[in-house]
Write a protein that binds this ligand. Structure first.
Ligand code: CP3
Length: 354
């Protein structure tokens, strides 16, 4: 199969495919027993930074479910880590970083060392690209059918973790900085826009066939700040990538953005966007040009609980989006407690859509 025949790549280029290609955010994760097994052997950062381990974890969900995308196993916080910010993943707590609260903290970061630090990630991508395009099948996936997806966080979301130092419901430390010391927050965003663009160009050079920008906390911003901290840095990143790779598909995912998603689509010019489960897909379908592709929207809780509602929602979503480029996905990451059988049922249902 030729590269151009990958279903996901076709949709990213604006084609409508029935049934739609399918993958899941956080598909390489704790709901898989084989992931939990590898998890016992090495800590999170070691898994991200050891090419053989990261490649193996990336491929685990492909073998089982023949998803259309292999998303690089890594994390959005690898970028601040690569600049020298201290990062740990603590069981039950998630990521813990040494927070940036002042100009002095920011000056301690070393953006120049990124290229060297991310080398293992790029080796992982190179190896995965070879494996996915060597004409052999991977588990249930047919040869050459799987698209290799690179990613980063978007500047605002990564800045949230860099400033707060951990996960949070409202990232109140971040908003304190935005309102009391906007110059410092702007500097962090500018630094991230620059380094994210460079990192994504490296990922494409290493073999990522498409890329996704995760802006998981975009929706926390009041509308007055959305332009400055979501749209502007996203545009800057897209422009920088387009100068080097004019054709690489880019998916933007400003999670929780509500109707600001319309502004996002209009002002970033991206032709595929991630949609969370809180957005009304029929409303979006009416409002947005049919050339723009949608990815996502199925509630991860619906997949967790399964049953008739899961069947109903899969059919509703796919039929609603039949007339535009559509990539089947969840509205956010798959939940660790999701039964494997529910994922199997989802995949079979989508593959057999009439
Ligand atoms: O999607 C995939 O399968 C690819 C890998 C991937 C991970 N994180 C692996 C991971 C991707 C694309 C991410 C993105 C990411 N990381 C985001 C954006 C998407 C989103 O979920 O909103 C964010 C905000 C992070 C930051 C992060 N990493 C948090 C808050 C946590 C802790 C929460 C959790 O689920 O444990 C992580 C850890 C993390 N990243 C895990 C995985 C598989 C769990 C680590 C483990 O259990 O070993």
């Amino acid at each position: 199969m030729l590269k151009s025949e990958k279903k996901l790549m076709k949709v990213l280029k604006g084609e409508k495919i029935w049934p739609p290609p399918l993958w899941m955010m956080r598909q390489a994760g704790r709901f898989l027993p084989e992931f939990r097994k590898l998890r016992e052997q090495a800590d999170f950062l070691t898994r991200c930074l050891t090419p053989d381990l990261a490649a193996e974890i990336t491929l685990q969900p492909i073998r089982r479910f023949a998803f259309d995308t292999a998303i690089l196993f890594s994390d959005i916080l690898i970028l601040p880590w690569a600049m020298g910010q201290k990062l740990q993943f603590v069981e039950g707590k998630g990521p813990i970083l040494h927070p940036i609260h002042s100009e002095e903290d920011l000056k301690k970061l070393h953006p120049k060392q990124i290229d060297e630090k991310i080398e293992p990630v790029l080796i992982t991508l190179q190896n995965l690209n070879k494996l996915l395009n060597n004409g052999e099948s991977i588990g249930k996936a047919s040869p050459g059918s799987v698209t290799l997806m690179g990613f980063t966080g978007s500047p605002f979301t990564v800045a949230c973790y860099m400033v707060e130092g951990k996960s949070s419901k409202d990232f109140s430390t971040v908003f304190k900085m935005i309102y009391q010391n906007p110059d410092l927050f702007d500097k962090i965003i500018d630094l991230l826009a620059e380094t994210t663009a460079t990192y994504l160009c490296h990922q494409v050079r290493a073999g990522a066939e498409a890329i996704m920008l995760f802006d998981s906390w975009a929706g926390l911003l009041p509308s007055t700040l959305f332009q400055r901290y979501v749209i502007d840095p996203t545009r800057q990143i897209i422009d920088r990538i387009r100068q080097v790779y004019p054709l690489v598909p880019i998916i933007g995912f400003p999670r929780l953005a509500g109707t600001q998603l319309l502004t996002y689509i209009e002002r970033t010019g991206l032709n595929t966007v991630g949609v969370d489960q809180y957005n009304d897909i029929s409303f979006l379908n009416r409002q947005v040009s049919p050339t723009v592709g949608f990815q996502g929207n199925l509630d991860p809780l619906c997949l967790l609980y399964g049953g008739n509602m899961l069947q109903k929602e899969i059919h509703r979503l796919c039929h609603e989006l039949k007339n535009r480029p559509h990539i089947f996905n969840l509205g956010h990451g798959i939940l660790p407690a999701t039964p494997i059988e529910h994922v199997e049922e989802l995949v079979n249902t989508v593959h057999n859509l009439k």
